[in-house]
Design a protein around this ligand. Structure first.
Ligand SMILES: [Zn+2]
Length: 262
């Protein structure tokens, strides 16, 4: 290899290679491979290096893979997440917090377990093995299915907090946009999703555990707040779409959302 400039692959080709390397590494680390063997200090170091490389190649910054996010989960939150996704969980959905939850949920399950898959997974835990990401995914989907089958226990006669249920809609608190929706399955309770800006792409609504209890009717987003937010992020506060046309940026929302919002 002589390494002359002319021998370098085109930028498009380098972008394609970079995206594939990122995806491959993400899958290997999700399955438990050690980033130190690839010369990284830890997973954060790997991810930051990727972001820098994507920037250098003028590619949209990659999203942090779900399995890298840290978070804490309850069964109720998990069911709300599954409702939000509208499908079974995939390995990419399994965050460290969800993996911990899968382990804890399985450990707390009384033996004997009549479902063979879960019995086998629990035997692994008891034997000192950790759940891999794909195994955790399987356990989480079982937990969701079981929760949906099991009727909710009657709520205690004296709830800890007055049950003021929010209306569905867009809320704005501490600079963050929340979308409050009703769970389609399971609890059928209201829950909140947080709008997460994504550089150069449509913003993502991400389940925000517990946020629905922090919001009040007074936090309903006003059209002025929506306009400011849209101008600041170049993103529609109602649906997360990238605002491009000048009139949309001025209005802080796309024409369709603006009409719905007004
Ligand atoms: Zn919109």
């Amino acid at each position: 290899m002589t390494g002359t400039a002319a021998a370098l692959p085109s930028r498009a080709r380098r972008q394609e290679i970079r995206a594939r390397l990122f995806q491959d590494a993400s899958e290997r680390y999700a399955a438990g491979a050690d980033p130190r063997q690839d010369g990284y200090t830890d997973l954060e170091d790997w991810f930051e290096t990727q972001v820098a490389e994507f920037r250098r190649l003028k590619m949209p910054v990659p999203e942090r893979p779900g399995w890298m996010r840290t978070d804490d989960w309850t069964l109720e939150g998990l069911v709300a997440l599954a409702d939000q996704l509208g499908r079974k969980l995939e390995p990419d959905d399994v965050t460290p917090g969800l993996r911990r939850f899968a382990t804890a949920w399985l450990r707390s399950k009384p033996s004997p377990i009549d479902f063979e898959y879960l019995a086998e997974m629990k035997a692994r835990l008891v034997g000192g093995d950790k759940l891999t990401i794909p195994q955790a995914k399987g356990v989480l989907n079982c937990a969701v299915a079981e929760a949906r089958r099991t009727p909710r226990k009657a709520t205690p006669a004296t709830p800890a907090a007055p049950a003021v249920e929010l209306d569905a809609g867009i809320y704005f608190k501490d600079g963050t946009v929340y979308k409050v929706v009703r769970a389609v399955y399971g609890s059928r309770k209201m829950y909140a999703k947080r709008l997460v800006p994504v550089e150069g792409a449509r913003g993502r609504f991400e389940y925000a555990p517990g946020a629905v209890r922090e919001l009040t009717p007074a936090d309903r987003m006003t059209i002025e707040q929506g306009r400011e937010y849209g101008a600041l992020y170049g993103m529609c506060a109602n649906c997360g779409a990238v605002l491009t046309a000048e009139d949309s940026i001025e209005a802080g929302m796309g024409p369709i959302c603006r009409a719905k919002f007004a």
